[in-house]
Design a protein around this ligand. Structure first.
Ligand SMILES: *Cc1c(COP(=O)(O)O)cnc(C)c1O
Length: 405
């Protein structure tokens, strides 16, 4: 492959054709080919601008190509990018301290993707179950919620309730049991002396921004405490400001035993994830028990530290709460007719339709706003939290125009 070939193949049509021919078809993207991005805006290869109402599934809460994160990344890239954990590096301790100071959790374990951090939390919970709670070897059970999304590894899709995520990928790992999301009686019934943990999204993102009944998480936390079960909150998408609090679990005043972070932990520059917990939980790992070649590398740590500073320094949690309340109030006026329900928390809003969402997303795209359906009938609104009020207004106007048209 020569450089000249690459340089020529760059109209949207040619790029899409290359992707379709040579890439696995595990996604069905909108046909917008993005070449640049800044803040809440992206630009395609032909120079057309779009307002981004998805924010890479909340990985770019800080906005695309945030200059402070970019600077941290470039400075670190000139020094050292990867040492592996065979040696220490001068950035990881600083990320540990920042995470501790921001969240109060005693310890952290860095990984790369969200799914890896979920796997890490599951391993920690099982080992805690055996070595601390005293569950017999290979007997520990982990409860999960119906409608969950925790990633795409074989263990994780094995306890998904979405048939497509599982079909063809079995056999699956045993030791997981699903209970109805939002149903506290179902959770109570499912807990046994073998239960090590309950893994849950405080608000289910991929399921369609499903907010559980008020009090559910608080009651779940109390049940877990009573039965010596770890409460694991997957905050990969809901965390770091998306719902108008730093973490979605704060809406119910609880403190999970384990918190899983990813996505916006890097502001979209680089995959960075982490598991936060007490010394009692993460202390179950001893050298050789678990690891990752890239996890905790100095480039990732420098990027994550800058990404966290932006969330704090720019007041993005407050912005999410304020702009989200405003947008929710306005979008709720669409209810009735084609719109079954509008719901959300912070700048994370679902518009549930009485019809398929994909053609609606395509019509909104034509007006210059990018949203993506989740499941068949839900449009998810999740712009970067740095979005300007006038841009948010303009984006909402495009959605209103399509749904009222
Ligand atoms: C995106 C997501 C994951 C998986 O993260 P990846 O980085 O895609 O592996 C896990 N849990 C939740 C709640 C998510 O939204």
């Amino acid at each position: 492959m020569t450089g000249t070939t690459l340089a020529v193949e760059r109209t949207a049509e040619q790029l899409i054709a290359l992707e379709e021919q040579y890439g696995a078809h595990n996604y069905h993207p909108l046909d917008v080919v993005i070449a640049r991005a800044e803040g809440a805006w992206v630009e395609d290869v032909e120079g057309r601008r779009y307002l981004d109402f998805l924010a890479a599934y909340s990985a770019v809460n800080q906005g695309h190509c945030h200059p402070a994160i970019r600077q941290a990344m470039m400075e670190q890239a000139e020094k050292v990018t990867l040492t592996s954990r065979a040696f220490r590096n001068d950035q990881l301790p600083l990320l540990y301290r920042d995470l501790h100071e921001l969240t109060g959790y005693e310890m952290a374990l860095p990984m790369n993707s969200g799914a890896e951090a979920v796997e890490t939390a599951l391993k920690a919970a099982r080992k805690w179950g055996e070595t601390v709670k005293g569950i017999a070897a290979n007997e520990a059970e982990i409860l999960v919620a119906s409608g969950n999304f925790h990633g795409r590894t074989i263990a994780i899709v094995g306890f998904s309730s979405d048939p497509q995520y599982r079909a063809g990928f079995g056999p699956f790992a045993p030791g997981f049991r699903s209970v109805a999301f939002g149903d506290i009686a179902a959770l109570e019934q499912a807990i046994t002396p073998r239960t090590a943990a309950f893994l849950v999204e405080p608000i289910q993102g991929e399921a369609g921004i499903i907010v559980p009944p008020e009090g559910y998480l608080a009651k779940a936390a109390a049940l877990c405490r009573k039965h010596d079960v770890l409460l694991i909150a997957d905050e990969i998408q809901s965390g770091l400001g998306r719902t108008g609090r730093l973490f979605a679990y704060e809406h119910e005043g609880i403190r999970p035993d384990v918190v899983i972070l990813g996505k916006a932990l890097s502001g979209g520059f680089y995959p960075v994830s982490a598991v936060l917990a007490s010394r009692e939980v993460l202390g179950v790992f001893h050298p050789g028990d678990h690891g990752s070649t890239f996890g905790g590398n100095p480039l990732a740590c420098a990027v994550a530290r800058a990404a966290l500073r932006v969330i704090e320094g720019e007041g993005l949690v407050r912005r999410s709460a304020d702009l989200g309340a405003y947008a929710l109030e306005r979008l709720r006026r669409l209810e009735g007719g084609r719109v079954r329900e509008v719901r959300g928390r912070g700048l994370w809003i679902a518009i549930e339709l009485n019809e398929p969402a994909r053609p609606v997303c395509e019509a909104i795209e034509e007006r210059g706003v990018l949203c993506k359906e989740t499941h068949a009938t839900v449009i998810r609104i999740a712009p970067p939290l740095v979005i300007r009020r006038e841009d948010l207004d303009w984006g909402i106007e495009q959605i209103e125009a399509v749904l009222r048209g």
